[in-house]
Design a protein around this ligand. Sequence first.
Ligand code: NAD
Length: 296
Amino acid sequence: IRSIAFIGLGNMGAPMAGNLVKAGFAVTGFDVAPAARDHARERGVRIADTIGSAVDGADAVITMLPNSALVLEVWTRLAAIVRPGTLVIDSSTIDVEGARAAHGLLPGCITIDAPVSGGTSGAEAGTLSFMLGGDAAAIEAARPVLEPMAGRIIPCGSAGAGQAAKLCNNMLLGISMIGAAEAFVLGEKLGLDHQALFDVLSTSSGQCWSVNTYCPVPGPVPASPANRDYAPGFASALMLKDLRLASQAATDCTASTPLGAHARRLYEDFVGSGQGHRDFSAIIAFLREDHSVQTV
Ligand code: NAD
């Protein structure tokens, strides 16, 4: 595989595509947003005017899009234009049924659902965790393409299994970010300094990614969105999308996820108050107010 088409060059897609360029692949990208196209161009990605010209002659196609409907729309379009045998990878976070349906749209291609974890910092550094769903041969075919973007590549099972693992991960992430934010809000009320509390939490049994790597208060972790007025990062609207997907999956398979459901309600209220564009760690501002009590 030498040439890769990358569809969706947003907060995640642009740096991921940039790492493929650094690894020596010829990467042609497409995005509907001019700003996203500019960011990707700065990273050495050749920009196409249409999906059709982006995938023309590509050995592999990667999609990194906001939601299930867009992934299915783009994959339907791909079905009409890619060569049989092309490797097609979706790294967006979507529902398990949508992922399975996407595989079914391209029966002549090698298809993988490969959602990621690690945030924009992991996308920049090429250290994302990839969770793969697909058959064994497809997973092996995808490895060399994923490696320049990956810290870990974890096969999870057949078509849709990567998305299933991702939904479990992001439900836990939503819950843990609310937990980290609550701990800092309580600490503030108790008169604790942010740095002192961070030093304790990040080295004690409260440590987790939401504290150690993505701390929701400014100061302790310079790269965290709290230091740039909560510009994403990972937008709250996307976290709400994932918590809804997890709630739906839990309902469908009758799993009991009470904290996942509560986290979804808090993000619904936060996004409903007009904050969906802000990073998901900005939920701390919401928790400083009284809203949380009303949603119990
Ligand atoms: P984003 O909104 O920054 O990027 C999505 C891009 O897709 C946008 O630039 C948009 O213009 C483009 N797009 C929309 N419709 C299109 C179309 N028809 N054709 C081409 N481009 C189109 O979102 P993101 O943060 O990069 O996230 C992308 C996906 O990855 C989401 O599913 C998200 O849940 C998931 N994800 C995000 C993070 C994160 O930290 N941001 C982490 C892991 C997974």
